[in-house]
Every structure is written in structure tokens, then in C-alpha cells.
Write a protein that binds this ligand. Sequence first.
Ligand code: FRU
Length: 568
Amino acid sequence: MTSQTKPASPVLEIIEAELPAGTVLHLWLKARAAGGEAKLFVTVNRKDIADPSTRRAEEFEFLAVTLATGGRTVLAYDADTTVLSVVYAFHPQRVLDEGICVLHHDTRTAPPEVPESYHFRPPFGWMNDPNGFGRFKGRGHLFYQHYPHGLRWNTMHWGHAVSEDLIRWTHLPLFLFPADHLSEKDDGRGGAFSGSAIPVSGLEGDEIRVFYTEHVRDRDPEEQIQLSAVSRDGIVAGSSEVVLPLRPEGMNLTTDFRDPYVFKGPDGRWKMLLGSRDRSGGVVLLYETADRQGAADWTFLGIIHREDRFGMTAAECPCMVPLGGKADDPATRWALIFGLLTSRDPATGRRNLTSVTVGRFDGRTFKAEFEQELDFGSDAYAFQAFVDGDEPVGIAWLANWTDFSKKDDFPTAMTLPRRVLLEGDAVLTPPVAAAESLRDTLLDETALVAGETVSLGNGAVEIVLSLSAPGAAFDLAFDHPDAKLGVRLDGDGLAIVFDADTGKAPPRYLASGAKPAELRIFLDAGSIEVFADNGRWTGTKRIPGFSAARSATLTGAAASAKIWQLKL
Ligand code: FRU
């Protein structure tokens, strides 16, 4: 038998980095045991700089340290008393170009090791909806629902990243933090829920104003209220103010009152959409303000849209963009997009569908003309779009709450960004043009079309298929280690074949009656996206795990087939 004696002096865990003067460290600590204290010792060139500490033991506490001088920086802590979740470093003047440098994340927050993957993922922790998607001072910004300390949904923060082309992203410091009283425990009682961002002019030029829902479970009288904050530098959010403390009265709305989406209406005023529910189903609420800063005077105009199909409860994450014309042109039609929470399509078994309704919008009322499903794979949830230059571009969470389990880690990605176009009586959502810049090498243009089985290299590929005629049947089967996976076109329509063999029959991911002639199929670790006829039928499916498809075999009537190896 061996006996263990505790060493007299603690064994310190050490993190070292060479960091310049002015570096800011963001870190999260908690005590290993209740009643104990967590402490981190920060030295630069062997000089003590700071020793942030906390007595919190239930949830990590956020702490920031600024390095006045640069040099060899050492972070040391006693792992017997202290748990460190994440540490990243950044230089405020350069972070928009350089991004953050993650110095530490514990195993529970680590991102998957998928270096070939080309979809956006957080640098650590959990992610769901895209928020505040927009372009500010020429840079694309993506905020997202985030929990830094695990790979399961919990108290919501906003993560943040920037990009020129919306494909290659640079991670920034966390942007919104939950209220202090929500941060004390990891019981997922709420936080900074989904929202949007607009450019407003400030003293030093364009600033970013964000709107979001603060959710506090069981708060009376409102679980969900709307807050707003301004960022002058595009990196740090100023303090949040309440802009809508109460739901509209006398409408019999449930406590659902969330996901403020603010956009410029045809009359030049800021409009805000919110998702909710009343006794007859999901509703989209419209507010407006004449305040050019969007800071105050938000007035309720009414319910602009109702939806109660498929057993849905609340409308979530509404978003509205002008299609193919300027917002102030009365001829322009608008797309209203939102999630149908808890919906289930009885024909296919798919859940939490997303619908896009096209109609006329005069700033106060929305006259629907036709409706269509946004994504037949239904793993493009919480879609959010903004007008990028003269065309709307959107992105979605590449997952669906149906598959989510509180008991298992559930790493996710964002979809490829997509254009939103109107063609006749159809909305098209093809990938943005910059997605073509991912094409690295042409793996094949003869073997797949000849019916041979073709290796997909590292599995990060785009397959471009031209069919011999619109609707010509084909079956493209992938060899994937974890799931039956493929794309099939037949008399029923276009389908993503997906069965992870869980013992339960999977839904049918089917665009009923689709008869496309051209397809672009994107495969990556953890996902498949199908864009048929320039996104007339778009289907997105998350694949659990991170294995890549190994090979593809095509049967049926293709005129040509190309396989591109993709690379960020
Ligand atoms: C949609 C959603 C939003 C909410 C957010 C919370 O996926 O439920 O309605 O704001 O997620 O993370």
C-alpha cells in the first residue's frame, strides 16, 4: 500500500506567453471547493503584476488584467484550490485585425480538433444563434449566443468575431456578459439572449448599437425584457439600458417576448421585430422609433404576422430584409423569416421549422403574398440576415433544438453565409460568392460521374452536380463512419439521406416535389449543406461528431460532377 502525503508547497500549474505592453487578459476562475479561494498569480518578467482571486465555487467569475509593461508573462495557480476555465489575451488597438489569443481552456470547453473544417465555430465553449450579424466600418461582425465554460447551453453571453468576406473569421473578446446575479451559478437561469445590431453615428463616427433580450427565469412581471448597449470601438459594449421593460398590454401574450431584430424601415425609421405567442399561436410584434440613435421612444405598432401551423408555440428570432430592391422603394418586397418553435411537420417528422414569408411592408403593416420553407434540412435555425451593400446576407445556427440534450455535449457550427434573393415566386438562399474562394484543388471531374467510388480526401469538399435534365433522379451516397448519409432526387423530391442509427426512425429531410438541375453540396466535419438551383432548395443537416465522409458514389443521371477540396 502507498500513502499519499500532500506536498508542503503547492504544485503550480503554469501558463507562459510573451505578451506586449497594453495586453488585456480575460480570465474566468472559481474555487475548487465551497469555502475555498481561487487565485491566479500573474507576473511579467518575474515581477508580480496582479493576483486576481474569487471565493465563488459554483460558477466561474470573470476577471480582467491589463499588462502595463510587456514581456515574459507567467500565469500560475494551484490546481488543488483553483479552477481556471478560459484565459485569452488581446491588444485592444490591434484585436480587430489580430484577434484574441487563447492561452488556456480546460478540456470541458475545448473546441474540436478539426483543422480542415471551414465552418465558423467558437474558440471555446457552447454556441447557438447568430446575433447582431452586420457590417460596421466595412467589417462583417458576427455575435452569437455563447456559454464559455462548457459545451452545453447555459447562462448566455454574446461571443464575437469579425470578417471581411464572412467566411474567414477572427475571434474577438466576449461582447455581452450576463447580469452579475445570473453569473453566480451555472444553473442556466437566463442571460443575454438573442438580438441584433445596427450602425449609429456617434461622436467618433460609426458605432454599433446592439439590442438583446435579457432573460431571467421566473422574474416578475417579465421574464424577458429588451436591452440595448452601444460599442464605440466595435469591441467593448458600453453599459446596457432597458428599452422595453414590458410586453404590450391587453394582448394575452405568453411570457415569450424576445429576440429584438432592428432594421431600417421603408420610411427611414428604425423598426424592431420581436417573437412571441398569444392564444392563437406564434406572433411577430412590430415596434418603431423616430430616434435616430435607436436608444429610446420605442412604440408598439401591432402584430404584423401570425403563424400557428405544425403545433408551433412561439415565433422566435424574427428577421426582415428587403429583396432585390431598396428598402424605401414601394415596389420592393420584403422577406420575413422566423423560427416556429416546437413545430413538427407530420409529413416528414422534421421539427422547429423556419419559414420565410414574402410580402409588402409599408413600415407599419406587412401584407403576406406567399410563404416557403427556408431550409428542408431544418438545421439552419435562428437565421439572421442584414443588407450587406445592396443585397441581404444571412447566416444560421447549424443545429436544431430537437437534437439537443442537456446531458451530452453538443458542439455546433454556423451555416455558410447565404444570399437572400427573390426569383419569381421563390426565395433563393445560395451561398455567398466568397464561398467559391474555398475551392482549393479539383479532386475529380471524371470518376464520380462515371459511377466510380471517389475518395473525398480530408472530407472538406464541395460537390457540383449538373443533372441531365431538371428533376432527373440520382442517388449520391457517402461513406461516413457515423451515419448513413447521402443526397437523393426522385419522384418525391430532393432529400438529404441521414440516419445516425439511434434506434429511432429519423425524420425525412425532404424538399417535396423539388426538380432541380444543378446542385452544390458542401460536406464538412459535422455537417452537410445542399444548395439546389442556386439555393431555390436549400437543405442543411448537422452530423453528430466530427468524422468526415470518406468517399462518394453516384448513381443516376448526372451530366457532370466535380469535387473540390476546400480550404479556408
Ligand atoms: C433560439 C433561442 C432564442 C433565444 C436564444 C437563447 O434558438 O431560443 O429565442 O433568444 O435561443 O439562447
